[in-house]
Ligand binder design. Structure first.
Ligand SMILES: Cc1cc2nc3c(=O)[nH]c(=O)nc-3n(C[C@H](O)[C@H](O)[C@H](O)COP(=O)(O)OP(=O)(O)OC[C@H]3O[C@@H](n4cnc5c(N)ncnc54)[C@H](O)[C@@H]3O)c2cc1C
Length: 314
């Protein structure tokens, strides 16, 4: 019996890639019209803008191999080992691991990994039931590779995965992208904004993309996102005012867009890399570990390997 992976973000695609490599019959379904999930890239004014994840880091040797392939394909590049920190105590720096970016946007990385995989887009799954079944049709194993609240919405309450995902809180974020006529701010890769009521981060999209386009992307605090959940556009003036003040940008933007992420990141970490229930329903994604891109890859990859191992043993 085949594996159905619901969710074509990095976790779902990494899981499917392992299964296909092991000769397991697999299908990936996603409700969106593209792969990538929160590694989100939108074309605005003819240019790609990262509107979800800001960058990624690499620790796992297996992920490093994948990143090396992306780099060889010209899709990933080391961006900066240090980000700025803006806070009430004045400016600071956040040294750390190399932050990587994607010249064509982070979604291009998932697209690269998804090449040749059986992915069906525009397929909104409504119910995963005992059996297991996907919208009433039987499957050998079902993998839900998505944030817990999205999984809970479609899982039958009798499944072990429902109990594992239910009640876990995720933080929202609004991402406000703004394009300017010229770059009027001091050079900046990106800045964490600490203790601010409106902003949690501002990234220079032209710097991370490497084309120097005058585009900034600001991420809000969860409180700001919750306050504007019903009308995200109404947050734009406040976000722009905060960006202008912090970065001393005095020009008006030529365009702005706002993107609402109701489930940007979980409020707490888990130790296990995935859940695989005896009832044939599994959970994977960045909610399994410490929420970040590398975690999503690792979760999907390890689950895919475990399913392939069980398949080979039958
Ligand atoms: C604003 C923001 C900033 C971030 N910044 C960073 C960062 O700087 N560095 C970093 O490492 N990480 C960052 N992240 C987190 C990173 O984006 C995630 O860790 C990673 O992309 C998660 O991948 P995933 O495959 O687990 O889930 P997702 O990418 O969320 O994929 C889930 C998929 O499931 C699909 N789906 C959901 N429900 C259904 C359904 N019923 N039927 C069919 N399909 C469905 C969705 O369409 C989606 O494609 C950020 C995220 C956000 C939102």
């Amino acid at each position: 019996m085949s594996v159905v992976v619901v969710g074509a973000g990095l976790a779902g695609i990494a899981c499917a890639a392992e299964l296909v490599a092991a000769g397991v019959d697999v299908r990936v379904l996603d409700r969106a019209d593209h792969v990538g999930g929160r590694m989100a890239t939108r074309i605005v004014d003819g240019r790609a803008v990262d509107t979800g994840a800001a960058y990624f880091t690499v620790r796992d040797p297996g992920f490093a191999e994948v990143v090396a392939r992306w780099r060889t394909a010209g899709l990933a590049r080391p961006w900066t080992p240090e980000l700025a920190v803006l806070s009430g105590d004045g400016p600071g720096r956040s040294p750390g691991p190399m932050r990587w970016s994607a010249p064509q946007g982070l979604r291009s990385l998932v697209e690269h990994l998804a090449c040749g995989l059986p992915v069906q887009l525009g397929r909104n799954v409504r119910r995963v039931g005992p059996g297991p079944t996907v919208d009433g049709r039987p499957a050998g194993t079902v993998v839900l590779a998505m944030p817990d609240p999205q999984a809970v919405r479609i899982l039958d309450p009798g499944l072990a995965a429902h109990a594992a995902a239910a009640g876990r809180r995720w933080r929202p974020v609004l991402a406000v992208a703004a394009g300017f006529a010229t770059r009027s701010w001091e050079p900046l890769p990106a800045a964490f904004v600490n203790g601010h009521p409106v902003l949690s981060m501002v990234a220079d999209d032209g710097a991370r993309r490497g084309d120097a386009a005058p585009v900034l992307v600001a991420h809000t605090t969860s409180a700001m996102a919750r306050a504007h959940d019903a009308d995200p556009d109404a947050a734009i003036p406040e976000v722009l005012a905060a960006v202008s003040e912090l970065l001393a940008v005095h020009d008006e933007p030529v365009w702005t867009r706002v993107y609402r992420w109701r489930y940007a990141a979980p409020e707490s970490d888990r130790d296990e890399p995935f859940l695989l229930g005896d009832d044939g329903v599994a959970l994977a994604g960045d909610g399994w570990g410490s929420s970040r891109i590398e975690t999503a890859w690792r979760s999907g990859t390890l689950l895919g390997r475990e399913l392939a191992r069980r398949h080979a043993a039958t």
